[in-house]
Design a protein around this ligand. Structure first.
Ligand code: DQA
Length: 149
């Protein structure tokens, strides 16, 4: 079974009550369930970690180097904009492992400090502004990329 790793960074635990105008009304549990179901339909399974802590996310990426993870979907939250440590960890993943960065909101249409992603440069692609649909789309993209590799 294809193994997908879903990572969510700080404050994404608060989805549902966090600025619904930007992030929508779905909770993180709703999103994880939708991603898991989309993956299961395609014969893939999902391991999920949300953390408020940069180091915990870095350590999970390190673990992914050896645990059979075949693709990573990550919304780093605010870490997107400043975490060189998370970027460096993602860069360790070998080329055959697709990394798709997801943002619920369109970060390019928001405050200037959100326009820069330090992690995007080590991702295969970025999906922003499609809300929870972006996560499900990321599953499809990962599976398509894996099928081509
Ligand atoms: C976010 C955008 C970030 O700027 C913000 O800090 C988040 C969520 C998004 O999903 O739109 O926590 O990554």
């Amino acid at each position: 079974m294809t193994q997908l790793l879903l990572l969510n960074g700080p404050n994404l635990s608060q989805l549902g009550r966090r600025d619904p105008g930007q992030y929508g009304s779905a909770t993180l549990d709703d999103i994880v369930a939708a991603v898991t179901s989309r993956a299961a339909d395609a014969g893939a399974q999902v391991d999920h970690l949300q953390s408020e802590h940069e180091g915990e996310l870095v350590a999970r990426v390190h673990a992914a180097l050896d645990d059979g993870t075949e693709a990573v979907i990550i919304n780093p939250g605010a870490l997107t904009h400043y975490s060189i440590a998370l970027r460096d960890a993602l860069e360790l993943l070998p080329d055959p492992v697709p990394v798709i960065e997801v943002h619920l909101s369109n970060i390019h249409a928001r405050e200037t400090f959100r326009h820069t992603s330090v992690t995007a440069g080590v991702a295969d692609g970025v999906i922003a502004g499609l809300g929870a649909l972006g996560y499900e789309t990321a599953v499809d993209v990962c599976l398509s990329l894996l099928a081509k590799r």
